[in-house]
Design a protein around this ligand. Structure first.
Ligand SMILES: [Zn+2]
Length: 268
């Protein structure tokens, strides 16, 4: 009888630790199944900015307070990072020290993912650098579009922004790219359901003169938000046309088109 009880206790202990492991794995899996657009919306939905943080448009694009919401800063005044004589574009970055090693590793992996597919080389900040990305955990995930001059914040909050795809998405903003759904040719590919958009958030869907670089509209771009983005009633805010069943906004990392566009903009 004693033997039986002990084995029962062991069995209970083992199964409870399995259950805990299960829960942890499921939580991790659920996040990794979410698209970049879903992750960004989830991270920014209930965001309360500090007084020194910039206003956002499009969900996660930082703008200067005096900025024009409808103008693409990149086409309006140029926003490319400068190319070195060796043909590479070196972009200094500084990563705030409030991240854990694991979190920092995710960010560095995102930065390095550009090296194998383009001429972009993110490198650590050095004394004397005049323009750099300051990667910090502020309120939400966001970045300015293109090079701003001086240090520019890329916020990757420890609460919800530390995924490979979200890091790539914010870095593509910093490199000069906007959201796919704001492309000037958007209406040929996506129907916007204005009635389903959260009141006052229409501007997230305004078309702008984006840097398409002659590439096709890409439903699988890491810059394309998903079907229910900014929905106030759980009905779609965007549908692909002509076939509304086509899957879109499900990217979890940069697409081939995202990479092609980047290489064309920087003439890699
Ligand atoms: Zn974005």
């Amino acid at each position: 009888m004693l033997v039986f009880s002990w084995s029962l206790v062991v069995l209970l202990l083992v199964s409870s630790s399995w259950a805990e492991a299960d829960v942890a794995v499921t939580e991790e899996d659920r996040s990794s199944e979410l698209s970049v657009g879903e992750l960004l919306e989830r991270a920014n939905r209930h965001r309360t900015p500090d007084f020194d943080e910039p206003p956002l448009i499009g969900g996660d694009i930082a703008i200067k307070p005096e900025g024009d919401r409808n103008a693409d800063p990149c086409t309006a005044r140029g926003c490319k990072w400068l190319k070195n004589t060796d043909g590479k574009v070196y972009i200094p970055y500084y990563i705030a020290n409030h991240y854990s090693t694991r979190e920092r590793d995710i960010i560095v992996r995102g930065l390095q993912s550009f090296s194998s597919v383009s001429c972009i080389r993110f490198r650590p900040y050095q004394n004397g650098d005049r323009e750099w990305l300051s990667i910090e955990s502020r309120n939400g995930c966001y970045s300015y579009v293109g090079r701003q001059g001086g240090g520019q914040t890329v916020s990757l909050s420890r609460q919800g922004c530390l995924y490979h795809g979200t890091v790539q998405h914010e870095l593509l903003h910093a490199l000069g790219f906007n959201h796919e759904q704001t492309r000037s040719d958007r209406d040929n590919h996506i129907k916007v359901h204005w009635n389903n958009i959260i009141d006052g958030m229409d501007y997230n869907f305004y078309k702008i003169d984006t840097l398409n670089q002659g590439t096709a509209y890409d439903y699988n771009s890491v810059m394309q938000y998903e079907r229910y983005a900014f929905s106030k009633n759980n009905l779609p805010t965007m549908e692909p046309i002509p076939n509304s069943n086509v899957s879109f906004g499900k990217a979890t990392q940069m697409s081939k088109n995202d990479i092609d566009r980047l290489n064309r903009l920087y003439q890699c």
